[in-house]
Design a protein around this ligand. Sequence first.
Ligand code: NAP
Length: 480
Amino acid sequence: MKKKVTLIPGDGIGPEVVGAAVRIIEAAGAQIEWERCDAGAEVFKKGDPTGVPAETVSSIQRTGAALKGPLETPVGYGEKSANVTLRKLFELYANIRPVRELPGVPTPFSGRNIDLVVVRENVEDLYAGIEHMQTPGVAQCLKLMSDKGCEKIVRLAFELARSEGRKSVHCATKANIMKFTEGLLKRTFERVAPEYPEIRAEHIIIDNCAHQLVRFPEQFEVIVTSNMNGDILSDLTSGLVGGLGFAPSANIGAGAVMFEAVHGSAPTIAGKNLANPTALTLSAVMLLRHLGLREEAFVVENAVLHTLEAGKALTGDVAGERIAATTSAFTDAVIENLGRNPTRWQVREHKPLRMPPMRESVATVAAKSRRTVGADLFIEADMTADRLGPSLESAMEGSAMMLKMCSNRGVKVYPEGATRPDCVDHYRCRFLPRTAGAEVTDEMLTDLIRRVGARHRWMHLEKMQEFDGKAGYTKAQGED
Ligand code: NAP
């Protein structure tokens, strides 16, 4: 019986590379029935602000699997990314991006046997997309990371290592700076790692990881990381093996999967029959494996590797313009080579990936005790800190709370710190109860807003909470 899969050709070079991949896997005998659906630029143009029509959503709900071309997103303005919408709608929480040295694709790293996978958390972090202009000149993006989200991605990284027989997993974070958000990923990694004793688990700071990837990429097998870090790092790793034209990916969730190339719509070469369809074809290989069509996956991957190794029909991104083959010529060559294997490269063994169990409950961490010990009130003020501070102090006279300090973009500026930052009109003003150790009540917060709001424009209030006796907030730079 044919397996049903949603097919989204996408924008720019999407229809060319998706068309090529479909031709190849059909020629390999894969029994798939495609449900062709739209998403992306054309859908935005028709006035759908999501870029993903309801028919596309219900098709993926039916099939549980999609092969997708790249979708265009306006940069720095306009609607939200249709890619991110698709990933979030289906809770595709893991983005798996393997790269491997390829035959016939010379790079400065050729001969080093690069063979690694970036496992990128795919729905949380800065890509939660919660942004606000807090003043006309200051923008904020919330970096949200959850214990549940970290656990799912960490477990999936270890399961992936197991299924592919890999011996190590690195967790790359910026936990030295973002101790709560990135720190949560690091702590979760350290908690889960002992359950996989046969796999070496190491933490690495993300910037050093980028450095090590360029210096000694062969030391890495699996790198698990947060959404934005993984987005950037995986383009870097694509560059190590020949570029975006060679980098496949899988977006995995508990109820659906979506396979796509790492690259975007490459508008400069769109419609010219120049794009390299390898990345999309290798993404289709991952789809075939997911569908249990292991023999077809093996045959297609080998044919791609053989074609690259033979080097007779390579696209311009690897062959250079003068001797480049078109997208269709490369596709024809791969189809002709179905059944042939590369001489020196072996397709990696893959056992089926065991999906980590999901915890159904919404709150996954229960605190035994919690207290509100203060509040940060964010204020827009076109004045220096030495005028704002006294104004806030006098506003709070006779109230149950008092001003502790003001910071500007994270640096304490009132009472005056050791340095004078180049301030903007966006202050975080920290208020504590006048009676040391008293709990802050909602009435105290309402009074705080009423008093400060009568003099200054405030845009955001954040409670300072303690969970099980531990501070759930950070100090400003320079705060004691
Ligand atoms: P891009 O589309 O990946 O293209 C960057 C460059 O990489 C291209 O200009 C091209 O280089 C090369 N390239 C990419 N794919 C190639 C292929 N298959 N064959 C040969 N060369 C290839 O990145 P971008 O220009 O930053 O983004 C363009 C649009 O795509 C944006 O709207 C962005 O939001 C979207 N995007 C979508 C996805 C997705 O759907 N998952 C991912 C990333 C970006 P040369 O110019 O040297 O030919």
